[in-house]
Ligand binder design. Structure first.
Ligand SMILES: Nc1ncnc2c1ncn2[C@@H]1O[C@H](COP(=O)(O)OP(=O)(O)O)[C@@H](O)[C@H]1O
Ligand SMILES: [Mg+2]
Length: 188
């Protein structure tokens, strides 16, 4: 889980993380702002193929399975596409699934059933989830609390800082309060 204010450097961090991932697994990216690859990319990832929706991605997969380390970027903000992508990740298994702007699609009270189902079986299905959100409370507790690792960027807002304190202690909260943009703390 990668958390931080808008413009704090979360997506940049996650893009470089994906660039370093081994070619052992394909990577699916939910990219609602079309910034991970393609004409509007901002420091985009290497070796990506962009799709305007899950129908386009599935059409391409019907022609043959992706290469092991393929980077498949879905550039859509439609909720139906997100649900379909969760279902695809669930069915395929053995991949990494990056959800940028997760607060838009994984809110506690408004997240697709397919996302909950994926979360429940992700370890079993060997799906590595990378969830990127502006605030800890922006994503439902099922998604926030099952993390193996947390990257914290600058995060103003007392509710967020109190969550950090409850989760990781006072010293982490104090470091976070003093942190500039683009700096981050990694917690395992
Ligand atoms: N470590 C970095 N080095 C260089 N540029 C960076 C770095 N981190 C972020 N940026 C740039 O700063 C801007 C905001 O970063 P971004 O990752 O998009 O923020 P966020 O996803 O948190 O809103 C982007 O233009 C991005 O390319
Ligand atoms: Mg971002």
């Amino acid at each position: 889980v990668i958390l931080g204010a808008s413009e704090s450097g979360k997506s940049w961090f996650a893009k470089r993380l994906v660039d370093r991932l081994s070619a052992a697994k394909p990577v699916l990216v939910w990219d609602p702002q079309a910034e991970w690859a393609g004409p509007d990319a901002d420091a985009g990832i290497r070796g990506a193929r962009c799709f305007a929706g899950v129908a386009e991605l599935c059409a391409s997969l019907r022609a043959g399975p992706p290469a092991p380390g393929a980077r498949l970027v879905v550039q859509s903000a439609r909720r139906g596409d997100f649900a379909a992508l969760c279902r695809l990740a669930y069915t395929a298994g053995n991949l990494a699934f990056v959800v940028d702007e997760a607060h838009q699609v994984l809110k506690a009270d408004r997240c697709p059933r397919e996302a909950e189902e994926l979360m429940q079986v992700s370890r079993h299905r060997r799906v590595d989830l990378v969830l990127i959100a502006q605030r800890p409370t922006g994503i439902g507790p099922d998604f926030r609390d099952n993390k193996a690792e947390c990257i914290l960027f600058r995060m103003p807002g007392e509710a967020s800082l109190q969550w950090v304190r409850a989760e990781f202690g006072k010293s982490v909260e104090e470091r976070l309060r003093a942190m500039p943009a683009r700096a981050w703390i990694r917690l395992t």
